[in-house]
Design a protein around this ligand. Structure first.
Ligand code: G1P
Length: 300
C-alpha cells in the first residue's frame, strides 16, 4: 500500500458496502458490487488504498448479507499463499501481501436494513467513537496524482469542520447528487450554508455536487441518531451534515483528478479504459487497441 501521510488528522475510515448493486446484475448476483474489478483490482481495494495513503489506520466496513467476499479479500489466503510459494511466484506473493491491513486494523459491522447511506454510516458510530473520520464510497473512483482523500486531509488540517469532495456537474444531473448551497467560493474550496440531497435541476441551489469522499466530525452521529428520512425515503448523510452547518464549518473541495461513477455501467467501463491507459504495463497496448476502434467511432 502507498505510504501513509505524516500526522494525518484522520485515523479511521468508514466504507459503506451494504448496497445491492442491482444495476450490475447479473454480474452482482453472487459477487458484491464493490468486488467488481477496474483493470485487475476490486473497487473496494482502490478505496482502502486511498484511505491508507491519507494516513488512515483503521478500516471500518459496513456490510450486509452476501458481502463475505470483501472480508475474504482483506484476509490472508493460506491456500493461495502456499501454492504461490511452492511455484516460486515471489512477485505475486509479495503483491497480494503488500496491501493487506495488519491484524486488528479492519472491523466489520452489518447494516441489517437498507435504510440509506446515513443509516449505514450511523451503524459505524461505536467503532468510530469521538474523533473525525473519513467516509469513502467505493463506487466513486478518482484517478489523480495525489489520491483524493490525501488532498482532502491536507486541506482539512487547515479548515477542519466537515469537508467533502465536490465537482461541478451539468445542471440536468443534480438529481443524482448531494448539492451545496454555496456562500463563498475561491474556485477550489467552497463554503456551504446548506445542502440538498438530490434536488431537481430547477430546485438545485448550485451545480456543485458531493462525490463519495467525506471527512466528518463525530457530531454528525448525533444528527444521524434522529433517523429522519429524507430524499427517496432514506436516512441521508447529506441531511445530517446539513443540520450541523452553523455550528460546524462545511466545505467542499474541488479535488484535482478525474472521477468515474462506477455505479453506472458507462462510468465503470470508462474507468477501466482510463485506468488501463494510465498503467505503465498496459497503457501502450490499450492505446493501440483503442486505435482499432477509430473508424467505428467516426461512423457512430
Ligand atoms: C450518495 C450521496 C450523495 C452523493 C453521492 C456521490 O448518493 O447520498 O449525496 O452526491 O453518493 O456519489 P448515491 O449515489 O448513493 O445515491
Amino acid at each position: 500500500m502507498p505510504r501513509p501521510a505524516k500526522q494525518s488528522p484522520v485515523r479511521k475510515a468508514v466504507f459503506p458496502v451494504g448496497g445491492l448493486g442491482t444495476r450490475f446484475l447479473p454480474a452482482t448476483k453472487a459477487l458484491p458490487k464493490e468486488m467488481l474489478p477496474v483493470v485487475d483490482k476490486p473497487l473496494i481495494q482502490y478505496a482502502v488504498e486511498e484511505a491508507r495513503a491519507a494516513g488512515v489506520e483503521e478500516f471500518i466496513f459496513v456490510t450486509g448479507r452476501g458481502k463475505s467476499a470483501i472480508e475474504d479479500h482483506f484476509d490472508h489466503s493460506w491456500e493461495l499463499q502456499e501454492s504461490l510459494t511452492a511455484r516460486g511466484k515471489q512477485a505475486e506473493l509479495a503483491e497480494i501481501q503488500s496491501w493487506l491491513p495488519a491484524p486488528g486494523q479492519v472491523a466489520y459491522t452489518r447494516q441489517q436494513e437498507p435504510l440509506g447511506l446515513g443509516h449505514a454510516v450511523w451503524c459505524a458510530r461505536h467503532l468510530v467513537g469521538d474523533e473525525p473520520f473519513a467516509v469513502l464510497l467505493a463506487d466513486d473512483l478518482v484517478l489523480s496524482e495525489t489520491p483524493c482523500l490525501a488532498q482532502m486531509a491536507k486541506v482539512y488540517g487547515r479548515v477542519g469542520g466537515n469537508l467533502v469532495a465536490v465537482m461541478d456537474v451539468p445542471r440536468e444531473q443534480t438529481g443524482r447528487y448531494g448539492i451545496l448551497d454555496v456562500v463563498q467560493d475561491d474556485g477550489r474550496l467552497a463554503e456551504a450554508k446548506g445542502l440538498v440531497e438530490k434536488p431537481r435541476p430547477e430546485k438545485a441551489p448550485s451545480t456543485l455536487s458531493i462525490i463519495g469522499r467525506y471527512i466528518l466530525r463525530p457530531e454528525v452521529f448525533a444528527e444521524l441518531d434522529r433517523r429522519e428520512k429524507g430524499a427517496g425515503g432514506e436516512v441521508q448523510l447529506t441531511d445530517a451534515m446539513a443540520r450541523t452547518i452553523g455550528r460546524i464549518p462545511f466545505h467542499g473541495l474541488r479535488f484535482e483528478g478525474r472521477r468515474f461513477d462506477c455505479g453506472s455501467k458507462a462510468g465503470f467501463l470508462e474507468a477501466n479504459i482510463a485506468f488501463a491507459l494510465d498503467r505503465p504495463d498496459l497503457g501502450a497496448e490499450m492505446s493501440e487497441i483503442l486505435g482499432r476502434y477509430k473508424d467505428a467511432l467516426e461512423k457512430a
